[in-house]
Structures are given as structure tokens and as C-alpha cells.
Ligand binder design. Structure first.
Ligand SMILES: *Cc1c(COP(=O)(O)O)cnc(C)c1O
Length: 423
């Protein structure tokens, strides 16, 4: 594979941006390669600047459920551009998107639009703190909620009693407000609530974890989170930035039939443009400015271009034909192909799959939490990544990311991918 032009562009970028990228995982660091520079993408395929083409299973890390440059989304966006890119004033489209979201996810009684998932989770937590008058929050090890200070936190050496920053630059005093529990471990959650009575403002969770690779909640785990938060007067926040409109129109909360107090959305809800949303119970959201005392604002929030992309994407998902059944069936086929490959090569592999999300972990263990994910052989993953790339398949350059199947993946794409897995 010729990558001369990518390498030239990478060299230039390295001098201009840290690691040559604007988001760390793009640097291909954990698979020991240099990043490919992308020229364009269409449908299921992505094309680099050297003219190599790939079947894309990264899908911009989730937004691309309809595939790249869906003609109807692009047309709507282009048309909207001619009417002005941003006004900083209300538009009809914001209510249109908010109402589509509420139709699909009824727990989001009232919403606020922002520009990234990071902003959505940060703002949802602030609203929960304003509502409860409490400071502490609980998050889970291995769940990712964006890069705000309070969420880049890990459990300290004294595990569940003390938290420490997970990034340089995060004050230790901020980290102490965030308690870290273990995914699928009810006792770890119970202990934190018991030891911090009347202090927990919110518990935030990816109902299906998809940022340590895909890890499903065990039966009863989300029900338990619903009950214990209610019992302690804490706000339950489902971070559905990945699962929203991915596991179906109603996201993970519809799939598992659990109603959180608040929800955050991003990725698909912006149809490929910078758009994210937080929202939930009206009595909580009424604490947000200008009607409440929780301040939160944004120059480009709810801008007409991102709003248009989101509306058109959701409309296409609603109109059908039902793409959800098809992308799930394709994900099941891929999961089977991974298992067959592992058996043939005699390697440890564990596949987690739900809807159109899947992860193949290079480990013998069941993966039901972060420790399980970490048991993966990342060198084996890097080998698999290169094998796929060299054969025209673009998968995530990290063991700890999901594989996304989109509506643009054709039967031929899936067959070709399975063929490469058989090589
Ligand atoms: C991607 C992601 C975020 C952060 O969204 P950004 O738009 O990258 O800031 C938050 N939560 C989850 C679950 C995500 O997958």
C-alpha cells in the first residue's frame, strides 16, 4: 500500500499540531502506524490522499449511521448554508429537532443543544448539581464522557475511596468530586452511595459502554442503577452519545426499557456536524438559564447547519426502510466471522455485539468490565488492524473502540470483510 502523500502531510501536521492531529486516537499510536490522511468519503467507503480506498467501520467514531455524505443530508445542509451559517438567535429548526428527539426519546422532556458530547455531559452534570444542591458524582471506570476536568478521573490506589486525575492538568481537588465505580459491579456502586450519604448529585453511565470496546450491561445492572439513584435522590444520567439513535430511535433506554432522569446525545444526532444535546426531566431542566440559576451558553449552539443535518438524519432513520434490523444482522454476521477466525487461528478472542455495535477483544476472558477489556493482547490487535488495512478495511486504530456498521454497508462490503477475516 502506497502511503507517500499521507506521510508527507503527516510530517507537516506534526510541526503544527500536537501529534499532528486534533484528537489523540487519530494518530494511530496504539497500532504502531502512521495515520492515513483522508481525502474524501462516500457511502461505506473512505479514500485517502494516496488513492487507497477502504470499507470504513469507524464511521467518524459513530455519527455515520447512514454512511458518508448521504445525498439527502448533504442537500439539506447545502440548502441551509445559503440561508446563513449562524445567527445567534432562535430558529424554528431548533424546536423541530428538539421535538423529533422527544418523540424518539420521551424521557427528554426538555433539552438544550450544545456543540460536542463533552459539553453535553459537562452541562448535564452541572444541571444535576444545581437541581440537587450536591457536589459529588459517580462515574464508571472505562466509561468515557468527554474530556471535561471532572470526568477525566480514575480511581486512586485506595480504589473506591479516593479519586485522582486521569490527565495531567486536572486539579486533584476537582477529581475528588468524582467517585469511580466498576461497571457491572453493583457492590462498588452501593458502597459509594453508602459512604457518601446525601452528597451524590448524579450518577453518569454509558448504558452500553462503548469506549472500552463494547461492553454490555449485565442483566439487572441498569435496573439496579435506576433504583439506587432514586433511593438516594441522585440524578441518573444516561450518556447516550454513542447509543442514541444507534441501538434504535430510542437508544439504549428503549432497548433496556429504563427511564433515566437525564440523557446526553451527540454523534448521530448531529448527522456528521458538531451538535450534541442534553436534556431530561422538565423539573431538572428548568434549573438551566435563563429560567434557572444553572448557567450554560453557546455562541454556535443550535446553529442552523448542524441542526439541519441532525433533523434530516433523524427523519431518514424514522422514515425507514428499517435500517436497524439490517445493520444489526450485518453486525451479527461480522461477529460470527471474528469467532470463526479465532477458532481457525487458535487465538483467544471474545466478541461483544449489540445492534450495529461490536468489539472483538483479543483475550480468552469474557469482557464485562474495564479489567476484562484490559486483559486484551493489544499487540495482536495491532496485527489484526494492519491485516485489515492492507486489505482495504478501515477499523478503529485501537482495541478499545467500537466497530460501527452503517446503513451504507452493502452485502458485498460485508462479504468482502468476512473474506478478509478468513485470510
Ligand atoms: C464521544 C463521546 C463523548 C464525547 O463527545 P465529543 O463530541 O467527542 O466531545 C461523550 N460520551 C460518549 C459516550 C462518547 O462516546
Amino acid at each position: 500500500m502506497n502511503t507517500t502523500r499521507s506521510e508527507e502531510m503527516y510530517k507537516i501536521a506534526l510541526d503544527l499540531m500536537p501529534g499532528g492531529v486534533n484528537s489523540p486516537v487519530r494518530a494511530f499510536g496504539s497500532v504502531g502506524r502512521k495515520p492515513l490522511f483522508i481525502d474524501h468519503a462516500k457511502g461505506s467507503h473512505i479514500y485517502d490522499v494516496d488513492g487507497n480506498s477502504f470499507i470504513d467501520y469507524v464511521c467518524s467514531w459513530g455519527p455515520g449511521i447512514l454512511g458518508h455524505a448521504h445525498p439527502e443530508v448533504v442537500e439539506a445542509v447545502v440548502k441551509a448554508c445559503f440561508d446563513g451559517l449562524t445567527f445567534g438567535a432562535p430558529t424554528r429548526k431548533e424546536s423541530e429537532l428538539a421535538s423529533l428527539v422527544r418523540d424518539c426519546i420521551p424521557s427528554m422532556e426538555m433539552v438544550r443543544m450544545v456543540n460536542s458530547g463533552t459539553e453535553a455531559t459537562m452541562s448535564a452534570i452541572r444541571a444535576a448539581r444545581g437541581y440537587t444542591g450536591r457536589d459529588k458524582i459517580i462515574k464508571f471506570k472505562g466509561c468515557y464522557h468527554g474530556h471535561s476536568d471532572g470526568l477525566l478521573v480514575q480511581a486512586g490506589s485506595a480504589a473506591l475511596t479516593q479519586s485522582v486525575p486521569d490527565s495531567s492538568g486536572v486539579p486533584a481537588s476537582f477529581a475528588q468530586q468524582t467517585l469511580v465505580a466498576l461497571f457491572n459491579d453493583k457492590d462498588s456502586v452501593r458502597e459509594l452511595f453508602d459512604n457518601n450519604k446525601d452528597q451524590i448529585a448524579a450518577l453518569i453511565v454509558e448504558p452500553v459502554a462503548a469506549n472500552m470496546g463494547v461492553v454490555l450491561p449485565e442483566e439487572g445492572f441498569l435496573e439496579f442503577l435506576r433504583e439506587i439513584t432514586q433511593e438516594h435522590g441522585a440524578v441518573l444520567i444516561f450518556d447516550e452519545v454513542i447509543t442514541g439513535f444507534r441501538l434504535g430511535l430510542g437508544g439504549a433506554q428503549e432497548w433496556y426499557k429504563i427511564k433515566p432522569d437525564m440523557t446526553t446525545l451527540g454523534k448521530i444526532v448531529g448527522g456528521g456536524m458538531p451538535m450534541a444535546i442534553y436534556g431530561g426531566r422538565r423539573d431538572i431542566m428548568e434549573n438551566v438559564a435563563p429560567i434557572g440559576k444553572v448557567y450554560q451558553a453557546g455562541t454556535l449552539s443550535g446553529n442552523p447547519i448542524a441542526t439541519t443535518a441532525g433533523i434530516r438524519t433523524i427523519q431518514l432513520l424514522m422514515e425507514g426502510p428499517d435500517i436497524y434490523a439490517r445493520i444489526e444482522a450485518n453486525a451479527v454476521k461480522l461477529a460470527d466471522a471474528f469467532r470463526a477466525r479465532a477458532k481457525r487461528l487458535g487465538i483467544g478472542l471474545h466478541v461483544n455485539q449489540i445492534g450495529s455495535l461490536l468489539s472483538a477483544f483479543f483475550t480468552d476472558q469474557q469482557v464485562k468490565d474495564y479489567a476484562g477489556a484490559l486483559s486484551s493482547d493489544t499487540e495482536a490487535y495491532a496485527g489484526y488492524f494492519s491485516h485489515m488495512l492492507e486489505n482495504g478495511i478501515y477499523v478503529a486504530p485501537s482495541q478499545f473502540e467500537a466497530m460501527f456498521v452503517s446503513g451504507a454497508h452493502t452485502d458485498a462490503d460485508i462479504d468482502r470483510t468476512i473474506q478478509v477475516l478468513e485470510l
